[in-house]
Design a protein around this ligand. Structure first.
Ligand code: APR
Length: 264
């Protein structure tokens, strides 16, 4: 059953079918249908309800660090229970065709990997929220251990190996971008013939520079997003609609809750 924006979804499917080296660039909008709020949707986006914590404030203040852990371990805990939706399964299905060079994501929820995209094909520009690291020695810390400490003591203390500051393995505003992921994303963008933006407001740099760069390099650019983005005027195709049904239609999978199976 094609989505409401049938004509545009048809055109997106034609672009995907004709492409040989696709890069997906995803943002929080692909995970809202999994119950994870995005950041800037009017009324529901996280940054419409609270201020993001800046990296330098996290490092400078224990009180800010404990507020950050409180946000992670209390509230609706949507990250823990989230499952991939039809949009994630559709991208995984397209990756399985061998035509997708990489899934560059700004998301930290691991849902592309959970949907079956090989980890080697996922480039997490803003890290991953499912584990933590010491900022001094780099030691990995498991969230379950930190949550137990938080529940028992009301706080998360320093690294038990070196006394350094422990932080989820995500990239906060003001924090250096991961060099390896940035280099891999640039390589993929330089090799692609189609870049598909899926669920991003394209307002946060340097990440948002990648789809722009793809277009500048001569690749085709398609944007699937519920709202306008600053890059829409330069896109070869803009699909205004819900990502799950649109990408499921493009990948030829069933968008229903029962999960992916080839539509009849
Ligand atoms: N279908 C289509 N579009 C959707 C859907 C959906 N189901 N749900 C949300 N959207 C769109 C919204 O309209 C919005 O334009 O997805 C976009 C999400 O934009 P943001 O909330 O700004 O998220 P994102 O672009 O990923 O933010 C980039 O900002 O705060 C930082 O590090 C954070 O990685 C994040 C970065």
């Amino acid at each position: 059953m094609p989505p409401r924006n049938h004509g545009d979804a048809d055109r997106l499917r034609a672009l995907v079918d004709a492409a040989e080296r696709i890069v997906f660039f995803t943002g929080a909008g692909i995970s809202t249908e999994s119950g994870i709020p995005d950041f800037r949707s009017p009324g529901t986006g996280l940054w419409t309800k609270m201020k993001p914590i800046q990296f330098q404030d996290f490092v400078a203040s224990d009180a800010v660090r404990q507020e950050s852990w409180r946000r992670r371990f209390t509230g609706e805990r949507v990250l823990e229970g989230a499952q991939p939706n039809a949009g994630h399964h559709a991208i995984a299905r397209l990756v399985a065709t061998g035509k997708v060079l990489a899934v560059i994501t700004q998301n930290i929820d691991n849902l592309h990997q959970d949907a079956g995209v090989p980890a080697a094909r996922v480039i997490e520009l803003h890290g991953n929220a499912h584990h933590a690291r010491c900022l001094r020695c780099g030691l990995r810390h498991e969230l379950a251990d930190l949550e137990r400490e938080f529940r028992e003591t009301g706080r998360v203390g320093p690294c038990n190996a070196c006394g350094g500051i422990v932080k989820t393995a995500t990239i906060s505003f003001g924090q250096a971008m991961p060099e390896d992921e940035m280099a891999r994303a640039q390589d993929a963008i330089e090799a692609c013939d189609l870049c598909v933006v899926a669920g991003s407001s394209l307002q946060v740099y340097p990440a948002a520079g990648f789809p722009e760069y793809a277009k500048r390099r001569g690749a085709l650019l398609a944007i699937v997003n519920r709202e306008e983005t600053p890059l829409d005027p330069r896109a070869d195709l803009v699909v205004r609609g819900e990502l799950g049904p649109t990408l499921a239609f493009v990948a030829g999978i069933n968008p229903g809750p029962a999960g992916p199976r080839l539509s009849d």
